[in-house]
Structure formats: structure tokens, C-alpha cells
Design a protein around this ligand. Structure first.
Ligand SMILES: *[C@@H]1O[C@H](CO)[C@@H](O)[C@H](O)[C@H]1NC(C)=O
Ligand SMILES: *[C@@H]1O[C@H](CO)[C@@H](O)[C@H](O)[C@H]1NC(C)=O
Ligand SMILES: *[C@@H]1O[C@H](CO)[C@@H](O)[C@H](O)[C@H]1NC(C)=O
Ligand SMILES: *[C@@H]1O[C@H](CO)[C@@H](O)[C@H](O)[C@H]1NC(C)=O
Ligand SMILES: *[C@@H]1O[C@H](CO)[C@@H](O)[C@H](O)[C@H]1NC(C)=O
Ligand SMILES: *[C@@H]1O[C@H](CO)[C@@H](O)[C@H](O)[C@H]1NC(C)=O
Ligand SMILES: *[C@@H]1O[C@H](CO)[C@@H](O)[C@H](O)[C@H]1NC(C)=O
Ligand SMILES: *[C@@H]1O[C@H](CO)[C@@H](O)[C@H](O)[C@H]1NC(C)=O
Ligand SMILES: *[C@@H]1O[C@H](CO)[C@@H](O)[C@H](O)[C@H]1NC(C)=O
Length: 274
């Protein structure tokens, strides 16, 4: 910040933009518009319920459209069901709460939990990502570990609503205690937001429901050993080229409207030339 005190600026002249400048501005906006619409893949719709920006690399599946050429990461298909956007990870469904394109972060919650009005929902699956996945847990996450029906005589951290001798522990509790429930029927690790966990720290036995409802965050990027990262580096967008409903192959949609099989620079074969 300059510490120097400047005289107040003189009022702007009430003249229209000089004609050449106006022309330039106009030219640029036309170029921007045509650039944006030159990708061969077009999003048919981007809204579902409260989530309005289901855009690349995510894509909203549309059952009614005849032939879709999805532009987005193949695994990032979002289905709109009863005005709720659903993303499937592994074999399980997650409700999309928010997509932050600037930070490359998607906020999700377990669809089983969100769609269930019961006071004491039961988590049923772990969610893990291989190291080369295009999704990863964001630094804002923490874990809640659920221990179901353990053969131990302890009352600390017990969550009676989950059933006989079931426990909920945060990472801190596990770290700080020599006690970890053992001989359990099932152990499930569920991601939650660190920030929300703080407010439920002392009433976790029941408060875990709220923490689960508030969801967790994942960050995304094209995995480096994925063909997609090469496509994106060449200013393309990854997607699928569907020649029919049953066959689809990886495609790189270039900003000039062409579709490449690998990336948009260098010499390559066009799946679909201009
Ligand atoms: C949309 O947001 C409103 C206000 O936050 C909320 O009451 C409503 O349940 C949301 N709708 C869906 C389908 O999530
Ligand atoms: C599917 O796409 C068509 C246009 O092809 C659009 O009119 C319709 O609203 C879309 N449906 C959904 C559920 O997005
Ligand atoms: C996930 O949602 C899809 C589409 O609605 C549904 O067919 C599938 O059964 C759901 N999977 C689970 C594990 O609930
Ligand atoms: C939570 O647990 C999963 C494994 O279930 C692990 O991959 C992840 O790093 C853990 N997150 C935190 C914040 O410790
Ligand atoms: C728990 O306590 C009951 C009764 O006090 C006893 O019968 C049982 O063996 C104990 N179980 C363990 C795992 O210590
Ligand atoms: C666990 O230990 C850390 C560091 O010693 C401390 O900051 C934290 O408050 C402890 N958490 C609990 C739940 O006792
Ligand atoms: C879930 O993850 C925890 C910790 O990694 C593991 O102990 C447990 O067996 C897993 N549960 C299932 C059902 O895979
Ligand atoms: C997620 O973010 C972490 C930390 O910012 C980063 O190291 C990691 O590569 C990211 N992973 C993905 C798949 O975006
Ligand atoms: C694009 O593909 C060409 C070969 O067709 C390769 O030489 C070039 O390095 C690739 N560019 C990127 C950004 O991957």
C-alpha cells in the first residue's frame, strides 16, 4: 500500500469510449463467446436442486437427451434424482452439497445418511482413494471411527443409540487413549469436516449425526498418469466420445471444436475432424 497521499482524482471525462477501443472490447467479447462454445461437448444442463454449477470436470447425466457426448471426467457423472445431485464413488452414492470450482473442491455427504431421517443413522461403508485417483480427501477433513458391537466392558465414548457396546471416536481420542475398542463386529471410518467436529466433540454419542449430515470435502485434479492430464495441458477437455449408447472411448475435446484421441497439440488423429 502506498503511503503517499494523492490528490483526489479529477472526475472522469463524460465521453464515450474511443471508437477503436470500443471495437476492440467488442471483438474480444465475441472471441470469448465463440471460444467458450467451440468445444464439441456441450452441457445440456448444469443445475440440480440447490447445486447450480455442475460443470466440467463434473457432468450431469440427462436421461431424456438422445445421444450424449459427456465433457467431463468419466467417473464424475452426477445424476439428478428428486432434485438431489448424486455422485457415485466406488459402489456408494453421495449427495453433492456444493462444488467450488475455484478451489477444485467438492463437498459431499453420504446419501444413505442424508436421505434418512432417523436420529441415529448407521454408516455402512469406508471410502478410500488409491494414490493415483483424481479425488482425494481435502485437508479440511477429519475422521470419525465407528466401532459396532464390541466385546468390551467400557462405557467411555459409547454411543448407545447405535446398539449395544458401540463407540464413536475422533482421531484425537484414538491417539490420546490407550483404549481402542476391539473385538468389534464392524469398524467403519467416516469422513467429516474438522471444523464441524469441534462443536460436537463433547456430545459425539449423538452429535455425530449432524457432523455426518454436514458432509466432507474432496479435492480433484486430473491424475498425472491419466490420459486426461495430457489433454488438459493442451487446453482440451476430457470426456467420452459416444458413438452409440454402448460404446464410448476417451476423447479430448479441443477448444477449436475438434475431438482428439489423446491431446490437442502436436500431431494426432482426430476422432472427429471439423
Ligand atoms: C435447498 O436449500 C434450502 C435452503 O438452504 C433448503 O431448505 C432445501 O432443503 C434445499 N433443497 C435441497 C433439495 O437440498
Ligand atoms: C435434458 O436435456 C434437454 C435438452 O436436450 C432439456 O430440455 C431437459 O431439461 C434436460 N433434462 C434434465 C433433467 O436436465
Ligand atoms: C446409487 O444410485 C443409483 C442411481 O439412482 C442406484 O441405481 C443405486 O442402486 C444406488 N446405489 C446404492 C448403493 O444405493
Ligand atoms: C481418514 O481415513 C482414511 C482411511 O479410511 C484415510 O485415507 C484418511 O487420510 C483419513 N483422514 C484423516 C484426516 O486422517
Ligand atoms: C464384561 O463383564 C461381564 C460381567 O461383569 C463379564 O461376564 C464379561 O466376561 C466381561 N467381558 C469382558 C470382555 O471383559
Ligand atoms: C489429544 O492430545 C492433543 C495433544 O496432546 C491435545 O491438543 C488434544 O486436545 C487431545 N484431545 C483430546 C480429545 O483429549
Ligand atoms: C474400514 O476401515 C477400517 C480402518 O482402515 C478397517 O479397520 C475396517 O475393517 C474397514 N471396514 C470395512 C467394512 O471394510
Ligand atoms: C488434493 O490436495 C492435496 C493437498 O493440497 C494435494 O497434495 C493432492 O495432490 C490433491 N489431490 C487431488 C487428487 O487433487
Ligand atoms: C501431445 O501429444 C504429442 C504426440 O502426439 C506429444 O508429443 C506431446 O508432448 C503431447 N502434449 C502434451 C501436453 O501431453
Amino acid at each position: 500500500m502506498p503511503s503517499q497521499i494523492r490528490p483526489p482524482p479529477s472526475p472522469p471525462p463524460l465521453l464515450p469510449l474511443p471508437i477503436p477501443l470500443l471495437f476492440l472490447v467488442l471483438l474480444f467479447s465475441i472471441a470469448a463467446v465463440s471460444f467458450a462454445s467451440d468445444y464439441a461437448c456441450q452441457e445440456l444442463s448444469t443445475s440440480c436442486g440447490n447445486v447450480t454449477d455442475i460443470t466440467y470436470p463434473f457432468w450431469l447425466a440427462n436421461d431424456t437427451a438422445e445421444l450424449v457426448t459427456p465433457c467431463g471426467y468419466p467417473d464424475f457423472m452426477v445424476i439428478c434424482r428428486d432434485n438431489t445431485p448424486i455422485l457415485s464413488l466406488a459402489t456408494d452414492n453421495y449427495t453433492v452439497i456444493h462444488i467450488d470450482h475455484d478451489r477444485s473442491i467438492i463437498s459431499l455427504a453420504d446419501a444413505d445418511i442424508v436421505g434418512n431421517a432417523v436420529a441415529c443413522p448407521r454408516v455402512r461403508h469406508n471410502l478410500t482413494f488409491p494414490p493415483d485417483s483424481s479425488l482425494a480427501y481435502a485437508p479440511s477433513d477429519a475422521n470419525l471411527t465407528f466401532y459396532f458391537n464390541c466385546n468390551v466392558n467400557l462405557t467411555e465414548y459409547m454411543s448407545p443409540c447405535l446398539g449395544k457396546k458401540s463407540f464413536v471416536l475422533t482421531d484425537d481420542m484414538i491417539e490420546n487413549n490407550s483404549f481402542v475398542p476391539h473385538n468389534c463386529e464392524a469398524v467403519i471410518v467416516a469422513p467429516v469436516l474438522q471444523e464441524h467436529l469441534k462443536s460436537y466433540q463433547y456430545e459425539l454419542a449423538y452429535g455425530f449425526r449432524e457432523a455426518l449430515h454436514e458432509g466432507f470435502e474432496l479435492n480433484w485434479s486430473a491424475s498425472t498418469n491419466d490420459p486426461c492430464s495430457h489433454c488438459e495441458q493442451s487446453d482440451g477437455r476430457c470426456g467420452l466420445d459416444e458413438t452409440s449408447r454402448s460404446t464410448s472411448v476417451f476423447a479430448c475435446f479441443c477448444s477449436d471444436g475438434r475431438t482428439a484421441s489423446y491431446n490437442c497439440s502436436g500431431t494426432f488423429t482426430y476422432l472427429r475432424p471439423l
